[in-house]
Design a protein around this ligand. Structure first.
Ligand SMILES: [Mg+2]
Length: 461
């Protein structure tokens, strides 16, 4: 492991929600929840103000509404998030050729490989300058972790949040890790965490104390040895330059082989949901669903199915994974299951969210699950303007604004831009007012986003 804290992990703070607050002055300092807004919707990001009510990402939006009924609930505007992400990734790319993005707003950077830092002092200076540059360029804050390994750098940025920097001095890692939950270690999911807890191990320090032999006994050879090494802060994983991940996958190793077919099906369904959660967190969708099965005898099989169109619908991924499972014999027992989605494409949520029926209250409507395996269904109701909370609009007389809500044939718009210091005025129009049209996201900082926001991407379908 390197001796200097020159692995940097950047994580933007409450990214989608912070971008909405920057774009909409009336929401600054307020509880904001970005995500799917139907009954089946899930929270993508909650602002820190919303988190104080207990709202967090991956929570069903219906539950969030009960906890924070007065928060602003907005559809995601991925066009904007992607353009801000590009600005951030460009700043990271200027530091090093080795930048490993994990999602739109998170990445590892190898500062040593970029020749910009070689010890704690220079690394800290680079991290602070990066945070200032991100703020100037995007108007948003990001937190930075610096350490001698990826695992510790990520723990550092988590501790730095929000809007901070934490540098973990090499040599202090074990002390820092000891009191933390085992779940902090990469590769320890809920099932492994429970298994360790039953064995009396709940902190990372207790893993280190238990010793490698005990971990191998509990988790098997490869997994146990890996977890033990991580508990000692031994993490040699290099920062791998990859423009964008080509697939998203999750897998679980089971402490005891699973023989029960019903349980195997349930595990596959749960993995599919987790996989979609990660897919959505990265703002992407994919066409190929992959199932991985490692059997009792360590034979590993993968089966895949390619859909007609990209999806990020949990029901679609779950069903595809279930079909693939039917192709695999698991009678001898299963020790590992994984579900992945590859062939990642731009986000399909625009399509999913656009299926609101005219004349009904959009906030109360769930987009029907879109079965992309069959031809995309044509709505039976004639197309009419559909206004979604958070959407950009332009009015001929009042200029740019965004949709606060719509229903009963009317749409409420707040006219304000990222450059206004005070909340703008609210006006209500008929949904088919000819003066009102779809707008484009404005750059959060004036003059920084030209040419990066694709025209028409926020248009009403
Ligand atoms: Mg983040």
């Amino acid at each position: 492991m390197r001796r200097a804290p020159t692995v940097l992990h950047l994580d933007m703070d409450a990214f989608f929600a912070a971008a909405e607050q920057a774009a909409k002055p009336s929401l600054r300092g307020k509880a904001v929840v970005v995500g799917g807004l139907g009954p089946r919707g899930v929270v993508s990001t909650a602002s820190y103000e919303a988190r104080s009510f207990g709202v967090h990402s991956a929570m069903p939006t219906a539950q969030a509404r009960r906890l924070a009924p007065n928060a602003a609930y907005l559809f995601p505007r991925f066009t904007l998030y992607r353009s801000v992400s590009e600005q951030v990734m460009e700043l990271l790319g200027a530091l090093s050729p080795l930048v490993e993005p994990l999602s739109l707003d998170e990445a590892f950077v190898d500062l040593e490989a970029g020749g910009v830092a070689f010890d704690a002092e220079t690394a800290r200076a680079v991290g602070e300058r990066l945070r200032a540059d991100i703020r100037a360029r995007t108007g948003l804050t990001g937190s930075v972790g610096l350490a001698a390994s990826k695992m510790l750098a990520k723990i550092g940025s988590e501790r730095a949040k929000p809007d901070g920097l934490v540098l973990i001095e090499p040599g202090t890692e074990r002390e820092l890790l000891a009191p933390l939950s085992v779940r902090v270690l990469p590769g320890i999911g809920p099932a492994t965490g429970d298994h360790l807890r039953r064995a009396g191990i709940s902190t990372i320090g207790e893993i280190a104390e238990a010793g490698e032999d005990e971990l191998v006994r509990l988790l098997g050879k490869a997994h146990g040895a890996g977890v033990y090494a991580m508990s000692l802060a031994h993490d040699e994983r290099p920062v791998v330059a990859e423009r964008e991940g080509k697939s998203v996958s999750v897998e679980d190793t089971y402490d005891l082989d699973i023989h029960d077919r019903v349980r195997v099906r349930a595990e596959v369904a749960a993995l599919a949901d987790r996989c979609v959660g990660r897919l959505r967190a990265s703002g992407r969708s994919g066409r190929t669903v992959v199932l991985k099965v490692r059997r009792y005898d360590f034979s590993t099989l993968t089966r895949s199915e390619t859909l007609r169109a990209p999806t990020d619908d949990p029901a679609v991924v779950r069903e595809a994974a279930a079909r693939l499972l039917e192709l695999v014999d698991t009678t001898g027992g299963v020790r590992l299951l994984g579900v992945g989605v590859s062939g990642l494409a731009d986000f399909t949520q625009e399509v999913l969210f656009a299926r609101t029926t005219a004349g009904e209250e959009p906030l109360a409507l769930a987009p029907e699950p879109l079965r992309v395996t069959s031809p995309v269904p044509v709505p039976s109701v004639p197309p009419a303007p559909r206004w979604r909370p958070g959407q950009d609009v332009v009015h001929k007389e009042h200029g740019p604004g965004w949709v606060q809500g719509s229903g009963l044939g009317r749409v409420t718009v707040r006219f304000e831009t990222p450059y206004d210091e005070r909340p703008g005025r609210v006006r209500t129009f008929a949904v088919d007012d000819p003066e009102l049209g779809a707008g484009e996201p404005l750059p959060l900082v004036r003059g920084t986003g030209e040419g990066e926001v694709r025209p028409g991407a926020a248009g009403v379908s």
